[in-house]
Design a protein around this ligand. Structure first.
Ligand code: NAP
Length: 344
């Protein structure tokens, strides 16, 4: 068995890691950490796990690493760099935070406003968009799990940019997320009265996931590009729906976009292109590691609209983290992840 520790187990992605890993045949949960909740039985924080025999929550600095092979680091961004740097070298890591996603210390500082504390580790980290970086992930010691919005935005666009089918300067990504995307720690903007009965855009023109999306799409396009990306907060607990507007290159039609996506994701367990006339909803992927993508003609003949749906806590975080662990460990990629949506 693979002995696993979840750092940040009292948060939303930590709890989702646990929920999924309980169905993983090769994983044993050895340690669960917390900050405010350290010292409590796990079921005191999350009663849905009351029937299970789980380790109590403890502070990270009290962990005995000798029995741990693999770590999921589900901590707030900005906190993980010294923690990952201090891990014993035999431990492999998937970091769900943003600390190792941007490839250079300069890019990190420009977005997160502080110098990167571990530039050598950053250099070795592999960006964990599973379907795109599988080979590099399989050899990595440290995988930087992608952001939730960047997962739903990049998977539809990378194959189209790689085949030069769309204008790289015309991309508009309009995304809507459930409130779990902001984590479980109390924040005024996440009070019921602020989230229910309405929607709002936030981080308009400045959201930290914009540069992460740029990084992946620039690689696919072979040149630097900047997307226009606006996230919105929806009155729902989980899910991300992204509506993506593209301009097709001269001579390219919707069928070419479909062919590129279908051939790129043929045989993939978690990325699916829907039939003509269908559009995904967040409830179609709720609780699952699947991403559904649809393609639509626009009234303007040279333009097209793509829609992607994912669960921010699963393919957007903990599910993709487990998919990456499976790739790193040479396990079947779907282990622990063979769930379909809880619908309706
Ligand atoms: N939520 C999403 O949809 C999503 C998607 C993709 C990526 N992510 C990223 O994944 C990470 C975790 O997100 P989350 O939504 O699970 O956050 P969360 O619900 O706020 O949980 C954060 C966890 O980290 C612990 N923690 C907080 N400060 C700490 C510190 N200084 N030292 C050690 N532990 C500390 C918390 O413990 P206590 O609660 O006990 O204080 C809690 O267990 C973040 O970096 C986030 O950006 C989240």
């Amino acid at each position: 068995m693979l002995n696993v520790a979840i750092l940040g187990a009292s948060g939303y992605t930590g709890a989702e890691l646990l929920r999924l890993l309980l169905n993983h045949p090769k994983v044993a949960i050895r340690a669960l950490t917390a900050e405010r909740h350290a010292g409590k039985p796990y079921a005191q924080v999350f009663p849905q796990f009351a029937m299970l025999d789980l380790p109590d929550l403890q502070k990270i600095d009290t962990l005995d690493w000798s029995g741990i092979d693999f770590v999921f680091c589900a901590l707030p961004h900005g906190t993980t760099q010294p923690i990952i740097a201090a891990l014993p070298s035999h431990v492999r890591v998937v970091d769900l935070s943003a600390d190792f996603r941007l490839e250079t210390p300069e890019a990190y500082e420009a977005v997160y406003g502080a110098p990167h504390e571990q530039p050598a580790l950053l250099k070795d980290a592999v960006y964990g968009l599973s379907e795109i970086e599988r080979e590099a992930i399989s050899k990595a010691r440290l995988v930087a799990n992608p952001g939730c919005y960047p997962t739903g935005a990049q998977l539809p666009l990378i194959p189209l940019l790689a085949k030069d089918l769309i204008d790289a300067d015309s991309l508009i990504i309009d995304s809507k997320s459930g409130a779990t995307g902001a984590g479980r720690s109390p924040k005024e903007g996440l009070l019921f009265c602020e989230v229910s009965d309405g929607i709002h855009a936030y981080g308009i023109g400045t959201h930290r996931h914009g540069p992460e999306i740029d990084q992946g799409l620039s690689k696919a396009a072979g040149r630097d590009l900047r997307v226009r990306f606006t996230p919105h907060l929806m009155p729902m607990s989980r899910g991300i729906l992204s509506t993506i507007y593209v301009t097709m290159k001269p001579g390219v039609g919707l069928h070419d976009l479909r062919q590129a996506l279908e051939s790129r994701y043929e045989g993939e367990a978690f990325v699916h292109v829907l039939a003509d006339g269908q559009a995904p909803q967040t409830r179609h992927v709720r609780g699952t590691n699947h991403v559904l993508i649809s393609l639509h003609p626009d009234r303007n003949a040279n333009q097209a609209i793509l829609v992607s749906a994912e669960d921010n806590l699963v393919k957007g975080a903990s599910g993709q983290a487990i998919q990456n662990m499976n790739i790193m460990m040479g396990y079947q990629e779907t282990l622990g992840l063979t769930l379909t949506a809880q619908f309706p």
